[in-house]
Design a protein around this ligand. Structure first.
Ligand SMILES: [Zn+2]
Ligand SMILES: [Zn+2]
Length: 429
C-alpha cells in the first residue's frame, strides 16, 4: 500500500477543514436527536439523503433501519466504511447547549432519556465527512466504495441484521472493512489501534438455581438456593483463575443475584445474571461449558433433586469478538503515522468491551480484511486534569461523556478517507 504523500495529506485536511462547520452542525443535530437501537429512523433518513446528494446509490431499511450507500468507480477493490447510528437509554447530563432532551421507551418498558453517550454521533458525522471527501475525489481512486450505516450496535445485533438482510449478497462484498470508535481514555485526536483481537466475545448468561423452599428455622427440610447460588458464584471464580490459560484473557462477572422475599423463608429459586468475556472461540466455549458444569455440579453436591437441576441459558445472538486483520491494520497505521505523525498514532491494549463490527469479518473470514481503530475524544484540558489526579474521566455510556467532537470527527473522517484512497489507488491495482 502506498503511503500518502504529505502534499496529499494537507490537501485532504484543508478540504476537510472547509467542510467542518457543516459537519459540526450535522453533529449537533444528531447529538440533540438520538434514537434507540433499531429505531434510528430520523437518523437513517437524514444521512441517506445526504449520501444520495453526494451521488451514492442508496438503499434504506437494510437490516431494519440500516443504510447502504454504494459508489462504483471503476475496477479495483471494494472498501466498506461503517458507522453505527444508535443512542442509549441514558439521561444526558453534559450541560451542552445541544444536549439531548429526547425521551423514549426501550424494551425494558421503562421510559427514559436518550443520549448519544457512546459517541456514535461523531462516527456518523465523520462518515459523512469521509463520504464527501471521497465523492469529491472520484478521479483520485478506482474501485467500489460501500458506505454503511449500521443500526443497533448497542444491542450487538445490527451488524448481523444487515448481513442477514443481504449486505454481502445484494451489494458488493467488501475486500476491506473499516470503522472507528471514539475513545474516552485518550486525548482528542489521538489514534489507537490493536492488531489481532481488539474487542471481546460478549455473552450474557442466566442461571436459575432451583432449591426446595421452606421455613428459615428448619433449613434441614429445605434445599437453600441462596447457599447453592453463593457456592456457584465462588466456584465460577476458578474458571478464569484455574481453568483458563493465564495468557488468554477472560472475564466471568456475576452482575446480578436475586432470591427470596422475607427474612424467615428459604426461597425455592435464585436467579443469577452473568457477563462472560473472552477473545477466542475456544476460550468462549471453555467458559460457557464450565458455567454449565459448575452450576450442575454444585447443585448435585448440595443434594438437589435431579429434576431440579439449575438451568443455564446463554443469550442468542451474542456479540462476537472483533479481530483486526494484523497485516491490514499495520499497513493502514503506517499510512496514519505518515499522515498524522508518530505522536498521534499508538498501539494500545485490546479491551474486554464488545462491538459487533466483528461480524463483518466473521461473515467471510477468508475474503474480508477488517480494522476498527480508536479515536481519542477527551478534551485536552480535561485529560491534563485527569493526569494530575484532579478529575476522573467519564467513560463511554456515561451521562457526562462530552467528547471534543470536532477533533474526533476531523480525525475520523481524514483517517477513513485517506485509508480508502490508499486502498483504491487510481491504477486500480
Ligand atoms: Zn456503546
Ligand atoms: Zn459504541
Amino acid at each position: 500500500m502506498a503511503l500518502a504523500a504529505p502534499a496529499q495529506a494537507n490537501e485532504l485536511r484543508d478540504a476537510l477543514s472547509a467542510d467542518m462547520p457543516e459537519l459540526m452542525e450535522l453533529y449537533r443535530d444528531l447529538h440533540a436527536h438520538p434514537e434507540l437501537s433499531f429505531e434510528e429512523v430520523r437518523t437513517a433518513a437524514k444521512l441517506a439523503g445526504m449520501a444520495r446528494d453526494l451521488g451514492f446509490d442508496v438503499t434504506e431499511q437494510v437490516g431494519r433501519t440500516g443504510v447502504v450507500a454504494v459508489m462504483e468507480n471503476g475496477p479495483g477493490p471494494v472498501v466498506m466504511i461503517r458507522a453505527d447510528m444508535d443512542g442509549l437509554p441514558v439521561v444526558e447530563d453534559t450541560g451542552l447547549p445541544y444536549a439531548s432532551t429526547q425521551i423514549a421507551t426501550p424494551a425494558s418498558g421503562v421510559e427514559t432519556g436518550v443520549m448519544h453517550a457512546c459517541g456514535h454521533d461523531t462516527h456518523m458525522a465523520a462518515w459523512v465527512g469521509a463520504a464527501q471527501l471521497l465523492a469529491e475525489r472520484k478521479d483520485e481512486w478506482s474501485g467500489t466504495l460501500v458506505m454503511i450505516l449500521q443500526p443497533a450496535e448497542e444491542l450487538g445485533e445490527g451488524a448481523l441484521a444487515m448481513l442477514e438482510d443481504g449486505l454481502y449478497t445484494r451489494f458488493p462484498k467488501p475486500d476491506y472493512a473499516l470503522a472507528f470508535h471514539d475513545a474516552a481514555q485518550f486525548p482528542a485526536g489521538m489514534i489507537g489501534y490493536s492488531p489481532g483481537y481488539a474487542l471481546a466475545n460478549v455473552d450474557s448468561v442466566d442461571i436459575t438455581v432451583k432449591g426446595v423452599g421452606g421455613h428459615g428455622a428448619y433449613p434441614h427440610t429445605a434445599k437453600d438456593p441462596i447457599v447453592i447460588g453463593a457456592q456457584i458464584v465462588n466456584q465460577l471464580q476458578t474458571l478464569v483463575s484455574r481453568e483458563s490459560s493465564p495468557l488468554d484473557p477472560a472475564v466471568v462477572t456475576v452482575g446480578s443475584f436475586h432470591a427470596g422475599a422475607k427474612h424467615n423463608i428459604i426461597s425455592d429459586e435464585a436467579k443469577l445474571q452473568l457477563t462472560v468475556r473472552s477473545y477466542s472461540d475456544e476460550s468462549r466455549k471453555l467458559l460457557l461449558d464450565g458455567i454449565e458444569r459448575i452450576s450442575t455440579g454444585v447443585a448435585m453436591a448440595a443434594g438437589v433433586p435431579e429434576d431440579r437441576m439449575p438451568t443455564v441459558t446463554v443469550a442468542d445472538p451474542y456479540t462476537p469478538s472483533t479481530f483486526n486483520t494484523p497485516d491490514f491494520t499495520e499497513s493502514v497505521m503506517a499510512g496514519f503515522r505518515e499522515r498524522f505523525g508518530d505522536d498521534r498514532v499508538m498501539q494500545v491494549p485490546s479491551v474486554m468491551g464488545g462491538e459487533d463490527f466483528g461480524q463483518f469479518l466473521r461473515a467471510d473470514p477468508d475474503g474480508v480484511k477488517s480494522l476498527i481503530f480508536w479515536v481519542g475524544g477527551v478534551p485536552m484540558d480535561q485529560f491534563e486534569r485527569a493526569q494530575a489526579g484532579e478529575e476522573q474521566l467519564p467513560s463511554l455510556h456515561s451521562p457526562f461523556w462530552a467528547p471534543d467532537a470536532e477533533k474526533v470527527i476531523a480525525t475520523g473522517a481524514e483517517g477513513l478517507a485517506s485509508a480508502a484512497l490508499d486502498l483504491m489507488p487510481q491504477s486500480g491495482g
